[in-house]
Ligand binder design. Structure first.
Ligand code: PRP
Ligand code: URA
Length: 209
């Protein structure tokens, strides 16, 4: 699978183990989602273009590098994707943030869209779509299709845990979209939950169950 990066850095794997644990509180869960998102963002922004500028240090004039353009957008898939935004903004504070609201119909597992508000100039931006869970892939595929209608410069998808089924579906539907994640788990269960996974990410972030 060529366009997927699974980041098995020890800090990410350690945080992920605490995240999976069912005793972890919502407060700690939120903090961990944010920290892992920040670490994944470091990896996903590795190919940002740099430009050379002239600066003066207290010692002498020198050439230094800065990120060119800085036209980035983060689009969380509501609700659970919201948990990843703060960590990403720590690293790319000038990024614009759009929102796509989707929930999975519990019977059909198909995504139902209820909200979409994207930056007006998203067509000039590199977009990071974020959602902690890539299960069947339906939500990610749908969100990315919506964003593609606005012709952004590029789209990357970042999640924390993926299932092989979701990765395959997303790669098939959007082969041009690079995927960044912290783990690819074993499979989906009969209810479309990732095994072993971490349960319902939205409920655990917002304490709704
Ligand atoms: C979860 C998760 C993803 C989706 C993944 O959201 O945050 O958006 O399921 O599943 P899929 O790959 O099979 O589409 P959910 O529908 O539970 O909504 P919520 O974030 O509002 O809880
Ligand atoms: N959505 C979640 O929140 N968890 C899963 O395991 C699958 C979809």
């Amino acid at each position: 699978m060529s366009n997927i990066t699974i980041t098995n850095h020890p800090l990410i794997q350690h945080k992920l183990s605490i995240l999976r644990c069912k005793q972890t509180s919502s407060k700690e869960f939120r903090a961990l989602i944010s920290e892992i998102a920040m670490l994944l963002c470091y990896e996903a922004t590795r190919d940002l273009h740099l430009q050379e500028i002239e600066i003066e240090t207290p010692i002498c004039a020198t050439k230094a590098k800065t990120i060119e353009g800085k036209k980035l957008a983060i689009v969380p898939i509501l609700r659970a994707g919201l948990g990843m935004v703060e960590g990403m903004l720590e690293l790319v504070p000038s990024a614009r943030v759009g929102h796509i609201g989707l929930y999975r119909d519990p019977e059909t597992l198909s995504p139902v869209e209820y909200y979409c508000k994207l930056p007006a100039d998203i067509g000039e931006r590199d977009v990071f779509v974020v959602d902690p869970m890539l299960a069947t892939g339906g939500s990610a595929i749908d969100a990315i299709s919506q964003i593609k209608l606005r012709n952004p410069r590029s789209i990357k998808f970042m999640c924390i845990i993926s299932a092989p089924e979701g990765v395959a579906a997303l790669q098939k539907a959007h082969p041009d979209v690079e995927i960044f994640c912290a783990a690819m788990d074993e499979k989906l269960n009969d209810h479309g939950y990732i095994v072993p996974g971490l349960g319902d990410a939205g409920d655990r972030i917002f304490g709704t169950k």
